[in-house]
Ligand binder design. Structure first.
Ligand SMILES: [Zn+2]
Length: 76
């Protein structure tokens, strides 16, 4: 396969970069909204990703860290 056999990547790469940037913006917006909802509703804060399952961010508050995905709960 020579370079002339490859499909042009420019437009695809540009499209992916645009979609990635939009996804990152959306993710940041969701994290901010989730954090506010959780703080207002429960007094908990969003923590790092769950080390047990990586399926959710941890909820931190009341002396514990809780994963809503795998329900792992650890005392701080
Ligand atoms: Zn988990």
């Amino acid at each position: 396969m020579t370079s002339s056999d490859r499909p042009p990547l420019g437009a695809n790469a540009q499209s992916l970069a645009t979609r990635l940037a939009a996804t990152e913006t959306r993710l940041r917006q969701l994290e901010t909204a989730c954090d506010a909802i959780i703080r207002d509703g429960t007094g908990c804060a969003l923590g790092p990703p769950c080390p047990a399952c990586d399926g959710s961010l941890l909820l931190i508050g009341r002396g514990t860290m809780y994963c809503p995905a795998c329900r792992d709960r650890r005392t701080l």
